[in-house]
Ligand binder design. Structure first.
Ligand code: PEP
Ligand code: MG
Length: 544
Protein backbone atom coordinates (compact mmCIF):
# COMPACT_ATOMS: atom_id res chain seq x y z
CA UNK A 1 0.00 0.00 0.00
CA UNK A 2 1.31 3.45 -0.86
CA UNK A 3 -0.17 6.49 0.92
CA UNK A 4 0.12 9.98 -0.57
CA UNK A 5 -1.06 13.36 0.71
CA UNK A 6 -2.51 16.18 -1.32
CA UNK A 7 -5.14 18.87 -0.87
CA UNK A 8 -8.76 17.87 -1.26
CA UNK A 9 -10.71 20.21 -3.55
CA UNK A 10 -13.82 18.19 -4.28
CA UNK A 11 -15.17 15.96 -1.54
CA UNK A 12 -16.21 12.33 -1.76
CA UNK A 13 -14.53 8.94 -1.69
CA UNK A 14 -13.74 6.99 -4.84
CA UNK A 15 -12.21 3.60 -5.53
CA UNK A 16 -11.07 2.75 -9.06
CA UNK A 17 -8.24 1.99 -11.42
CA UNK A 18 -5.30 4.37 -11.59
CA UNK A 19 -4.81 5.78 -15.07
CA UNK A 20 -2.15 8.32 -15.97
CA UNK A 21 -3.20 11.12 -18.26
CA UNK A 22 -0.63 11.21 -21.02
CA UNK A 23 -0.14 13.87 -23.57
CA UNK A 24 1.55 12.77 -26.74
CA UNK A 25 4.88 14.48 -26.91
CA UNK A 26 5.83 15.86 -30.27
CA UNK A 27 7.01 12.67 -31.94
CA UNK A 28 10.78 12.72 -31.58
CA UNK A 29 11.77 13.97 -34.92
CA UNK A 30 13.40 11.03 -36.69
CA UNK A 31 15.53 12.89 -39.15
CA UNK A 32 16.10 9.90 -41.43
CA UNK A 33 13.48 7.46 -42.59
CA UNK A 34 14.30 4.57 -44.87
CA UNK A 35 10.69 3.74 -45.64
CA UNK A 36 10.12 6.59 -48.12
CA UNK A 37 6.77 5.25 -49.31
CA UNK A 38 5.31 5.42 -45.81
CA UNK A 39 6.78 8.93 -45.21
CA UNK A 40 5.33 10.12 -48.54
CA UNK A 41 1.92 8.76 -47.56
CA UNK A 42 2.11 10.46 -44.11
CA UNK A 43 3.03 13.79 -45.69
CA UNK A 44 0.25 13.60 -48.31
CA UNK A 45 -2.28 12.69 -45.68
CA UNK A 46 -1.19 15.58 -43.44
CA UNK A 47 -1.32 18.00 -46.39
CA UNK A 48 -4.90 16.98 -47.12
CA UNK A 49 -5.85 17.51 -43.48
CA UNK A 50 -4.14 20.91 -43.47
CA UNK A 51 -6.14 21.96 -46.55
CA UNK A 52 -9.36 20.90 -44.85
CA UNK A 53 -8.47 22.94 -41.75
CA UNK A 54 -7.75 25.92 -43.97
CA UNK A 55 -11.06 25.55 -45.81
CA UNK A 56 -12.89 25.68 -42.45
CA UNK A 57 -10.83 28.70 -41.41
CA UNK A 58 -11.48 30.50 -44.70
CA UNK A 59 -15.17 29.88 -44.39
CA UNK A 60 -15.34 31.09 -40.82
CA UNK A 61 -13.20 34.15 -41.51
CA UNK A 62 -15.39 35.09 -44.48
CA UNK A 63 -18.44 35.02 -42.22
CA UNK A 64 -16.84 36.91 -39.37
CA UNK A 65 -14.31 39.26 -40.85
CA UNK A 66 -14.82 39.47 -44.59
CA UNK A 67 -13.57 38.34 -48.00
CA UNK A 68 -10.14 39.89 -47.90
CA UNK A 69 -9.07 38.17 -44.70
CA UNK A 70 -10.53 34.86 -45.89
CA UNK A 71 -8.46 34.98 -49.07
CA UNK A 72 -5.28 34.50 -47.08
CA UNK A 73 -6.38 31.03 -46.04
CA UNK A 74 -7.36 30.23 -49.61
CA UNK A 75 -3.88 31.26 -50.72
CA UNK A 76 -2.45 28.95 -48.08
CA UNK A 77 -4.50 26.06 -49.47
CA UNK A 78 -3.03 26.70 -52.93
CA UNK A 79 0.49 27.02 -51.56
CA UNK A 80 0.29 23.56 -49.99
CA UNK A 81 -0.11 22.15 -53.52
CA UNK A 82 2.48 24.43 -55.12
CA UNK A 83 4.50 22.32 -57.54
CA UNK A 84 7.98 23.55 -56.56
CA UNK A 85 7.22 23.17 -52.87
CA UNK A 86 5.74 19.68 -53.17
CA UNK A 87 8.50 18.48 -55.52
CA UNK A 88 11.13 19.66 -53.06
CA UNK A 89 9.47 17.83 -50.16
CA UNK A 90 9.04 14.64 -52.19
CA UNK A 91 12.65 14.73 -53.29
CA UNK A 92 13.88 15.24 -49.71
CA UNK A 93 11.87 12.21 -48.63
CA UNK A 94 12.73 9.92 -51.55
CA UNK A 95 16.25 10.93 -52.45
CA UNK A 96 17.62 12.23 -49.16
CA UNK A 97 15.71 9.73 -47.00
CA UNK A 98 14.39 12.47 -44.76
CA UNK A 99 11.37 11.85 -42.55
CA UNK A 100 8.15 13.62 -43.58
CA UNK A 101 8.45 16.11 -40.68
CA UNK A 102 12.07 16.96 -41.45
CA UNK A 103 11.40 17.26 -45.19
CA UNK A 104 8.53 19.72 -44.63
CA UNK A 105 10.63 21.70 -42.14
CA UNK A 106 13.59 21.94 -44.54
CA UNK A 107 11.46 22.85 -47.57
CA UNK A 108 9.56 25.45 -45.54
CA UNK A 109 12.81 27.08 -44.41
CA UNK A 110 14.36 27.04 -47.90
CA UNK A 111 11.33 28.58 -49.59
CA UNK A 112 10.96 31.16 -46.87
CA UNK A 113 14.60 32.25 -47.30
CA UNK A 114 14.14 32.35 -51.04
CA UNK A 115 11.08 34.63 -50.73
CA UNK A 116 12.82 36.94 -48.25
CA UNK A 117 15.67 37.43 -50.74
CA UNK A 118 13.29 38.62 -53.49
CA UNK A 119 12.92 42.27 -54.42
CA UNK A 120 9.20 42.22 -54.77
CA UNK A 121 7.45 43.14 -51.48
CA UNK A 122 4.52 40.86 -52.24
CA UNK A 123 6.83 37.87 -52.66
CA UNK A 124 8.81 38.83 -49.55
CA UNK A 125 5.58 38.63 -47.56
CA UNK A 126 5.02 35.06 -48.80
CA UNK A 127 7.96 33.92 -46.67
CA UNK A 128 5.78 34.04 -43.54
CA UNK A 129 3.04 32.15 -45.35
CA UNK A 130 5.27 29.29 -46.36
CA UNK A 131 6.49 28.93 -42.77
CA UNK A 132 2.90 29.01 -41.62
CA UNK A 133 1.72 26.23 -43.93
CA UNK A 134 4.79 24.15 -43.13
CA UNK A 135 4.06 24.46 -39.39
CA UNK A 136 0.48 23.49 -40.00
CA UNK A 137 1.58 20.31 -41.75
CA UNK A 138 4.26 19.39 -39.20
CA UNK A 139 1.82 19.97 -36.34
CA UNK A 140 -0.54 17.48 -37.93
CA UNK A 141 2.33 15.05 -38.52
CA UNK A 142 3.40 15.33 -34.88
CA UNK A 143 -0.17 14.97 -33.64
CA UNK A 144 -0.22 16.58 -30.23
CA UNK A 145 -3.46 14.94 -29.18
CA UNK A 146 -3.55 13.12 -25.88
CA UNK A 147 -3.59 9.35 -25.92
CA UNK A 148 -6.06 8.08 -23.52
CA UNK A 149 -8.14 4.95 -23.24
CA UNK A 150 -10.16 4.15 -20.14
CA UNK A 151 -11.08 0.71 -21.54
CA UNK A 152 -14.60 0.97 -20.18
CA UNK A 153 -13.43 0.85 -16.54
CA UNK A 154 -14.14 3.27 -13.71
CA UNK A 155 -10.93 5.20 -13.44
CA UNK A 156 -9.20 7.76 -11.30
CA UNK A 157 -7.11 10.04 -13.46
CA UNK A 158 -3.66 11.06 -12.30
CA UNK A 159 -2.01 13.97 -14.11
CA UNK A 160 0.41 16.81 -13.49
CA UNK A 161 -2.39 19.23 -14.26
CA UNK A 162 -5.31 19.31 -16.65
CA UNK A 163 -6.46 22.23 -18.71
CA UNK A 164 -10.19 22.95 -18.85
CA UNK A 165 -10.32 21.73 -22.46
CA UNK A 166 -8.62 18.47 -21.52
CA UNK A 167 -11.04 18.04 -18.65
CA UNK A 168 -14.15 18.53 -20.77
CA UNK A 169 -12.97 15.86 -23.18
CA UNK A 170 -12.79 13.14 -20.52
CA UNK A 171 -15.49 10.50 -20.47
CA UNK A 172 -17.40 11.60 -17.36
CA UNK A 173 -19.26 8.29 -17.10
CA UNK A 174 -15.94 6.53 -16.40
CA UNK A 175 -13.86 9.16 -14.63
CA UNK A 176 -14.68 8.85 -10.92
CA UNK A 177 -11.84 10.92 -9.49
CA UNK A 178 -8.93 13.24 -10.26
CA UNK A 179 -5.52 13.44 -8.66
CA UNK A 180 -3.26 16.25 -9.82
CA UNK A 181 0.31 16.74 -8.70
CA UNK A 182 -0.07 20.46 -9.35
CA UNK A 183 -3.31 22.44 -9.53
CA UNK A 184 -5.13 24.99 -7.42
CA UNK A 185 -8.48 24.89 -5.62
CA UNK A 186 -9.77 27.83 -7.68
CA UNK A 187 -8.65 26.44 -11.03
CA UNK A 188 -11.34 25.58 -13.53
CA UNK A 189 -10.46 21.89 -13.35
CA UNK A 190 -11.20 21.85 -9.62
CA UNK A 191 -14.40 23.81 -10.23
CA UNK A 192 -15.43 21.33 -12.90
CA UNK A 193 -14.82 18.40 -10.55
CA UNK A 194 -17.05 20.01 -7.91
CA UNK A 195 -19.76 20.76 -10.45
CA UNK A 196 -19.71 17.16 -11.58
CA UNK A 197 -19.55 15.91 -7.98
CA UNK A 198 -16.33 14.00 -8.70
CA UNK A 199 -13.83 13.68 -5.80
CA UNK A 200 -10.60 15.53 -6.62
CA UNK A 201 -7.22 16.15 -5.03
CA UNK A 202 -4.54 18.61 -6.05
CA UNK A 203 -0.93 19.13 -4.99
CA UNK A 204 -0.26 15.38 -4.81
CA UNK A 205 3.37 15.91 -5.49
CA UNK A 206 5.14 12.58 -5.23
CA UNK A 207 7.11 10.29 -7.46
CA UNK A 208 4.34 8.78 -9.56
CA UNK A 209 5.95 5.53 -10.68
CA UNK A 210 5.06 3.84 -13.97
CA UNK A 211 4.30 0.63 -12.09
CA UNK A 212 1.33 2.29 -10.31
CA UNK A 213 -0.61 2.48 -13.55
CA UNK A 214 -3.58 0.12 -13.67
CA UNK A 215 -3.47 -0.58 -9.90
CA UNK A 216 -6.29 0.07 -7.48
CA UNK A 217 -6.41 3.57 -6.04
CA UNK A 218 -8.67 5.04 -3.41
CA UNK A 219 -9.07 8.75 -2.75
CA UNK A 220 -10.77 10.86 -0.12
CA UNK A 221 -11.46 14.24 -1.71
CA UNK A 222 -12.43 15.98 1.51
CA UNK A 223 -9.05 15.53 3.20
CA UNK A 224 -6.72 14.96 0.23
CA UNK A 225 -5.82 11.37 1.11
CA UNK A 226 -4.68 8.97 -1.63
CA UNK A 227 -3.85 5.27 -1.30
CA UNK A 228 -2.60 2.95 -3.98
CA UNK A 229 -3.40 -0.74 -3.38
CA UNK A 230 -5.29 0.02 -0.14
CA UNK A 231 -5.08 -2.74 2.47
CA UNK A 232 -8.27 -4.15 3.97
CA UNK A 233 -8.25 -1.90 7.05
CA UNK A 234 -7.85 1.29 4.99
CA UNK A 235 -10.46 0.21 2.51
CA UNK A 236 -12.87 -0.61 5.31
CA UNK A 237 -12.21 2.73 7.02
CA UNK A 238 -12.76 4.74 3.85
CA UNK A 239 -15.84 2.78 2.81
CA UNK A 240 -17.29 3.37 6.29
CA UNK A 241 -16.57 7.09 5.91
CA UNK A 242 -18.29 6.97 2.52
CA UNK A 243 -21.37 5.50 4.25
CA UNK A 244 -21.29 8.29 6.85
CA UNK A 245 -21.07 10.93 4.15
CA UNK A 246 -24.05 9.28 2.49
CA UNK A 247 -25.96 9.48 5.77
CA UNK A 248 -25.26 13.22 6.00
CA UNK A 249 -26.50 13.59 2.42
CA UNK A 250 -29.67 11.72 3.29
CA UNK A 251 -30.25 14.17 6.13
CA UNK A 252 -29.65 17.11 3.78
CA UNK A 253 -32.01 15.63 1.18
CA UNK A 254 -34.83 16.36 3.62
CA UNK A 255 -34.24 20.05 2.90
CA UNK A 256 -35.47 19.67 -0.65
CA UNK A 257 -38.58 21.72 -1.09
CA UNK A 258 -37.70 23.90 1.94
CA UNK A 259 -37.30 27.65 1.58
CA UNK A 260 -33.97 29.51 1.75
CA UNK A 261 -35.07 31.85 4.53
CA UNK A 262 -32.99 32.84 7.55
CA UNK A 263 -34.36 32.49 11.08
CA UNK A 264 -35.19 36.21 11.04
CA UNK A 265 -36.98 36.03 7.73
CA UNK A 266 -34.56 37.17 5.03
CA UNK A 267 -34.93 35.20 1.80
CA UNK A 268 -31.62 34.28 0.16
CA UNK A 269 -31.30 33.14 -3.42
CA UNK A 270 -29.46 29.82 -3.25
CA UNK A 271 -28.58 29.12 -6.85
CA UNK A 272 -26.33 26.67 -8.70
CA UNK A 273 -23.32 27.05 -10.99
CA UNK A 274 -23.17 24.92 -14.13
CA UNK A 275 -20.78 24.48 -17.03
CA UNK A 276 -22.91 22.39 -19.35
CA UNK A 277 -26.61 21.88 -20.16
CA UNK A 278 -26.20 18.28 -18.91
CA UNK A 279 -25.52 19.64 -15.39
CA UNK A 280 -29.15 20.66 -15.20
CA UNK A 281 -30.11 17.21 -13.85
CA UNK A 282 -27.86 17.80 -10.83
CA UNK A 283 -29.35 21.29 -10.35
CA UNK A 284 -32.87 19.90 -10.27
CA UNK A 285 -31.87 16.89 -8.14
CA UNK A 286 -30.38 19.28 -5.58
CA UNK A 287 -33.39 21.61 -5.70
CA UNK A 288 -31.52 24.84 -6.51
CA UNK A 289 -33.89 27.80 -6.93
CA UNK A 290 -32.13 29.05 -10.02
CA UNK A 291 -28.88 29.05 -11.92
CA UNK A 292 -26.60 31.83 -10.79
CA UNK A 293 -23.79 31.13 -13.24
CA UNK A 294 -23.86 29.13 -16.44
CA UNK A 295 -20.26 29.22 -17.71
CA UNK A 296 -21.22 29.28 -21.39
CA UNK A 297 -17.64 29.02 -22.65
CA UNK A 298 -17.69 25.28 -22.06
CA UNK A 299 -19.99 25.00 -25.09
CA UNK A 300 -17.13 26.52 -27.07
CA UNK A 301 -14.46 24.45 -25.33
CA UNK A 302 -15.95 21.13 -26.29
CA UNK A 303 -16.43 21.90 -29.96
CA UNK A 304 -13.99 22.09 -32.87
CA UNK A 305 -15.42 25.26 -34.31
CA UNK A 306 -17.47 28.21 -33.10
CA UNK A 307 -20.87 26.89 -31.97
CA UNK A 308 -23.51 28.34 -34.28
CA UNK A 309 -26.34 30.58 -33.13
CA UNK A 310 -28.69 27.60 -33.53
CA UNK A 311 -26.53 25.25 -31.41
CA UNK A 312 -26.25 27.83 -28.66
CA UNK A 313 -29.93 28.72 -28.84
CA UNK A 314 -30.89 25.06 -28.39
CA UNK A 315 -28.51 24.68 -25.40
CA UNK A 316 -29.74 27.83 -23.62
CA UNK A 317 -33.39 27.12 -24.42
CA UNK A 318 -33.05 23.59 -23.01
CA UNK A 319 -31.65 24.89 -19.71
CA UNK A 320 -34.20 27.67 -19.43
CA UNK A 321 -37.10 25.32 -20.15
CA UNK A 322 -35.87 22.70 -17.69
CA UNK A 323 -35.67 25.39 -15.00
CA UNK A 324 -39.35 26.00 -15.57
CA UNK A 325 -39.63 29.74 -14.93
CA UNK A 326 -36.82 29.92 -12.36
CA UNK A 327 -34.00 32.34 -13.03
CA UNK A 328 -31.14 31.22 -15.30
CA UNK A 329 -28.15 33.56 -15.41
CA UNK A 330 -25.98 32.83 -18.41
CA UNK A 331 -22.53 34.32 -18.39
CA UNK A 332 -21.28 35.38 -21.79
CA UNK A 333 -18.15 33.80 -23.19
CA UNK A 334 -15.20 33.93 -20.80
CA UNK A 335 -12.42 32.47 -22.90
CA UNK A 336 -8.73 33.25 -22.61
CA UNK A 337 -6.36 32.94 -19.61
CA UNK A 338 -6.43 29.23 -18.66
CA UNK A 339 -9.30 28.47 -21.06
CA UNK A 340 -7.65 28.25 -24.45
CA UNK A 341 -9.38 27.26 -27.65
CA UNK A 342 -7.30 26.64 -30.77
CA UNK A 343 -9.87 27.80 -33.28
CA UNK A 344 -9.97 31.27 -31.73
CA UNK A 345 -6.40 31.66 -32.95
CA UNK A 346 -5.45 33.79 -29.95
CA UNK A 347 -1.93 35.16 -29.80
CA UNK A 348 0.30 33.66 -27.14
CA UNK A 349 0.48 36.24 -24.37
CA UNK A 350 3.13 36.54 -21.70
CA UNK A 351 0.45 37.14 -19.11
CA UNK A 352 -2.86 35.85 -20.48
CA UNK A 353 -4.84 36.44 -17.26
CA UNK A 354 -4.21 40.14 -17.88
CA UNK A 355 -4.75 39.95 -21.60
CA UNK A 356 -7.31 39.17 -24.27
CA UNK A 357 -9.87 37.49 -22.08
CA UNK A 358 -13.62 37.35 -21.48
CA UNK A 359 -15.50 40.58 -22.26
CA UNK A 360 -12.40 42.12 -23.85
CA UNK A 361 -12.31 39.35 -26.38
CA UNK A 362 -16.05 39.63 -27.03
CA UNK A 363 -15.83 43.37 -27.61
CA UNK A 364 -12.82 42.88 -29.89
CA UNK A 365 -14.55 40.13 -31.91
CA UNK A 366 -18.11 41.51 -32.14
CA UNK A 367 -19.29 38.97 -34.70
CA UNK A 368 -18.67 36.09 -32.30
CA UNK A 369 -20.30 38.02 -29.48
CA UNK A 370 -23.37 39.02 -31.50
CA UNK A 371 -23.98 35.38 -32.38
CA UNK A 372 -24.02 34.52 -28.70
CA UNK A 373 -26.21 37.50 -27.78
CA UNK A 374 -28.76 36.59 -30.46
CA UNK A 375 -28.89 33.01 -29.20
CA UNK A 376 -29.35 34.27 -25.63
CA UNK A 377 -32.10 36.72 -26.51
CA UNK A 378 -33.91 34.07 -28.57
CA UNK A 379 -33.74 31.59 -25.68
CA UNK A 380 -35.10 34.25 -23.31
CA UNK A 381 -38.52 33.77 -24.89
CA UNK A 382 -38.74 30.38 -23.17
CA UNK A 383 -38.30 31.30 -19.50
CA UNK A 384 -36.47 33.65 -17.15
CA UNK A 385 -33.05 34.20 -18.66
CA UNK A 386 -30.57 36.87 -17.57
CA UNK A 387 -27.29 37.77 -19.21
CA UNK A 388 -24.15 38.28 -17.13
CA UNK A 389 -20.91 39.88 -18.33
CA UNK A 390 -17.53 38.65 -17.04
CA UNK A 391 -14.39 40.61 -16.20
CA UNK A 392 -15.86 44.10 -16.41
CA UNK A 393 -13.35 46.84 -15.61
CA UNK A 394 -14.90 49.99 -17.08
CA UNK A 395 -18.29 51.60 -17.45
CA UNK A 396 -17.98 51.99 -21.21
CA UNK A 397 -17.66 48.24 -21.68
CA UNK A 398 -21.09 47.71 -20.14
CA UNK A 399 -22.57 50.58 -22.11
CA UNK A 400 -21.15 49.19 -25.34
CA UNK A 401 -22.65 45.76 -24.64
CA UNK A 402 -26.02 47.35 -23.93
CA UNK A 403 -25.85 49.13 -27.30
CA UNK A 404 -25.04 45.81 -28.95
CA UNK A 405 -28.00 44.23 -27.17
CA UNK A 406 -30.26 46.95 -28.58
CA UNK A 407 -28.96 46.10 -32.05
CA UNK A 408 -29.60 42.39 -31.43
CA UNK A 409 -33.14 43.11 -30.29
CA UNK A 410 -33.80 45.14 -33.44
CA UNK A 411 -32.46 42.35 -35.64
CA UNK A 412 -34.72 39.83 -33.87
CA UNK A 413 -37.72 42.09 -34.35
CA UNK A 414 -36.87 42.31 -38.05
CA UNK A 415 -36.63 38.52 -38.24
CA UNK A 416 -39.92 38.25 -36.30
CA UNK A 417 -38.23 36.16 -33.59
CA UNK A 418 -39.56 36.42 -30.01
CA UNK A 419 -37.49 37.41 -26.98
CA UNK A 420 -38.10 38.56 -23.42
CA UNK A 421 -38.47 42.34 -23.36
CA UNK A 422 -37.64 42.34 -19.65
CA UNK A 423 -34.42 40.33 -19.91
CA UNK A 424 -32.06 41.56 -17.21
CA UNK A 425 -28.38 42.26 -17.71
CA UNK A 426 -26.03 41.87 -14.78
CA UNK A 427 -22.28 41.88 -14.38
CA UNK A 428 -19.65 39.95 -12.54
CA UNK A 429 -17.62 41.92 -10.08
CA UNK A 430 -14.28 40.21 -10.35
CA UNK A 431 -11.74 42.98 -10.73
CA UNK A 432 -10.73 45.55 -8.11
CA UNK A 433 -11.55 48.22 -10.72
CA UNK A 434 -15.16 47.03 -10.86
CA UNK A 435 -15.40 47.14 -7.06
CA UNK A 436 -14.13 50.71 -6.97
CA UNK A 437 -16.58 51.92 -9.61
CA UNK A 438 -19.43 49.69 -8.41
CA UNK A 439 -21.70 52.68 -7.59
CA UNK A 440 -21.52 53.78 -11.26
CA UNK A 441 -21.82 50.27 -12.64
CA UNK A 442 -24.85 49.62 -10.45
CA UNK A 443 -26.76 52.33 -12.28
CA UNK A 444 -26.32 50.46 -15.57
CA UNK A 445 -27.28 46.91 -14.61
CA UNK A 446 -29.87 44.82 -12.75
CA UNK A 447 -27.59 42.77 -10.50
CA UNK A 448 -24.02 42.07 -9.41
CA UNK A 449 -22.47 38.66 -8.95
CA UNK A 450 -19.08 38.64 -7.25
CA UNK A 451 -16.58 36.33 -8.92
CA UNK A 452 -14.30 35.82 -5.96
CA UNK A 453 -11.98 33.39 -7.79
CA UNK A 454 -10.79 36.13 -10.09
CA UNK A 455 -11.35 38.99 -7.67
CA UNK A 456 -8.97 37.31 -5.24
CA UNK A 457 -6.26 36.65 -7.83
CA UNK A 458 -6.41 40.22 -9.15
CA UNK A 459 -6.52 41.71 -5.64
CA UNK A 460 -3.69 39.80 -4.00
CA UNK A 461 -1.71 39.46 -7.26
CA UNK A 462 -1.58 35.71 -6.95
CA UNK A 463 -2.40 33.48 -9.91
CA UNK A 464 -5.44 31.28 -9.27
CA UNK A 465 -3.53 28.53 -11.08
CA UNK A 466 -0.60 28.78 -8.68
CA UNK A 467 0.87 25.64 -7.18
CA UNK A 468 1.79 24.51 -3.67
CA UNK A 469 4.91 26.68 -3.36
CA UNK A 470 2.69 29.75 -3.05
CA UNK A 471 0.15 28.18 -0.72
CA UNK A 472 1.12 30.18 2.34
CA UNK A 473 0.62 33.44 0.43
CA UNK A 474 -2.83 32.43 -0.70
CA UNK A 475 -5.58 33.37 1.71
CA UNK A 476 -9.04 32.66 0.31
CA UNK A 477 -10.54 34.80 3.06
CA UNK A 478 -8.10 37.69 2.74
CA UNK A 479 -9.48 40.76 4.55
CA UNK A 480 -9.09 42.79 1.35
CA UNK A 481 -11.41 40.37 -0.45
CA UNK A 482 -13.97 40.49 2.34
CA UNK A 483 -13.90 44.30 2.36
CA UNK A 484 -14.42 44.34 -1.39
CA UNK A 485 -17.42 42.03 -1.08
CA UNK A 486 -18.94 44.38 1.48
CA UNK A 487 -18.24 47.46 -0.68
CA UNK A 488 -19.87 45.78 -3.67
CA UNK A 489 -22.97 44.73 -1.74
CA UNK A 490 -23.37 48.23 -0.28
CA UNK A 491 -23.01 49.84 -3.71
CA UNK A 492 -25.61 47.47 -5.13
CA UNK A 493 -28.09 48.14 -2.35
CA UNK A 494 -27.61 51.90 -2.57
CA UNK A 495 -28.64 51.64 -6.22
CA UNK A 496 -31.54 49.31 -5.45
CA UNK A 497 -30.16 46.17 -7.09
CA UNK A 498 -29.17 42.80 -5.59
CA UNK A 499 -25.69 41.34 -5.19
CA UNK A 500 -24.59 37.74 -4.93
CA UNK A 501 -21.43 35.65 -4.92
CA UNK A 502 -20.76 32.97 -7.52
CA UNK A 503 -17.05 32.32 -6.85
CA UNK A 504 -16.04 29.16 -5.03
CA UNK A 505 -16.05 30.82 -1.62
CA UNK A 506 -19.85 31.02 -1.82
CA UNK A 507 -19.94 27.31 -0.92
CA UNK A 508 -17.67 27.66 2.11
CA UNK A 509 -20.11 26.97 4.92
CA UNK A 510 -17.84 28.64 7.47
CA UNK A 511 -18.44 31.92 5.61
CA UNK A 512 -22.19 31.74 5.01
CA UNK A 513 -23.14 33.65 8.14
CA UNK A 514 -20.49 36.33 7.47
CA UNK A 515 -21.81 36.85 3.93
CA UNK A 516 -25.43 36.99 5.00
CA UNK A 517 -24.57 39.56 7.66
CA UNK A 518 -22.83 41.64 5.00
CA UNK A 519 -26.14 41.68 3.15
CA UNK A 520 -25.29 39.26 0.34
CA UNK A 521 -28.57 38.37 -1.40
CA UNK A 522 -27.52 35.36 -3.42
CA UNK A 523 -25.07 32.47 -3.11
CA UNK A 524 -24.45 30.47 -6.26
CA UNK A 525 -22.61 27.21 -5.68
CA UNK A 526 -21.95 23.86 -7.33
CA UNK A 527 -25.16 21.77 -7.38
CA UNK A 528 -24.03 19.43 -4.59
CA UNK A 529 -23.33 22.39 -2.30
CA UNK A 530 -26.88 23.79 -2.58
CA UNK A 531 -28.40 21.77 0.26
CA UNK A 532 -25.46 22.28 2.68
CA UNK A 533 -25.72 26.05 2.09
CA UNK A 534 -29.51 25.94 2.52
CA UNK A 535 -28.97 24.11 5.80
CA UNK A 536 -26.89 26.98 7.17
CA UNK A 537 -29.04 29.77 5.74
CA UNK A 538 -31.99 28.31 7.62
CA UNK A 539 -30.08 28.38 10.92
CA UNK A 540 -28.71 31.91 10.57
CA UNK A 541 -29.91 35.14 12.14
CA UNK A 542 -28.91 38.07 9.94
CA UNK A 543 -29.86 41.06 12.09
CA UNK A 544 -28.26 41.26 15.53
C1 PEP B 1 -14.93 33.80 -10.52
O1 PEP B 1 -13.96 34.32 -11.06
O2 PEP B 1 -15.10 33.81 -9.27
C2 PEP B 1 -15.96 33.12 -11.30
C3 PEP B 1 -17.06 32.68 -10.74
O3 PEP B 1 -15.72 32.93 -12.63
P1 PEP B 1 -14.69 31.81 -13.18
O4 PEP B 1 -14.30 30.95 -12.02
O5 PEP B 1 -15.39 31.04 -14.23
O6 PEP B 1 -13.59 32.64 -13.71
MG1 MG C 1 -14.03 34.66 -13.18
Amino acid sequence: MVAIRGTGVSSGIALGKLIYYKRKENTPNEKFALDSASELAKWKNASEKAKKQLAVLADRTRREVGDEAAELFETHQLMIDDLDYTERIASLIVENKKSAVTAVEIAGKEFSEMFVAMDDDYMKARSVDVIDISHRITDILCDNQSIFDLKGEQSIIVADDLTPSETVQLDKSLVIGFVLSEGNANSHTAILARTLGIPAIIGANTEWKDEYEGRQIMIDGSVGYIVIDPDDTTKEYLLKKQQEEKAVRTMLEKLKGCSDITLDGKEIKVYANITHPADIDAVIANDARGIGLFRSEFLYLESDDYPTEETQFEAYKYVVQRMNGQRVIIRTLDIGADKKIDYFGLENEVNPALGMRALRLCLSRPEIFKTQLRALYRASAYGKLSIMLPLVTSLWEVQEVKRMCDGVKKSLQKDMLPYDEHLEIGIMIETPAAVMIAPDLAKEVSFFSIGTNDLLQYTVALDRQSTAALDRFQDNKHPALLKMIKMTVDAAHDAGIWAGICGEIAADSSMTEVFLKMGVDELSVSPRAVLPVRNIVRQTVVEK
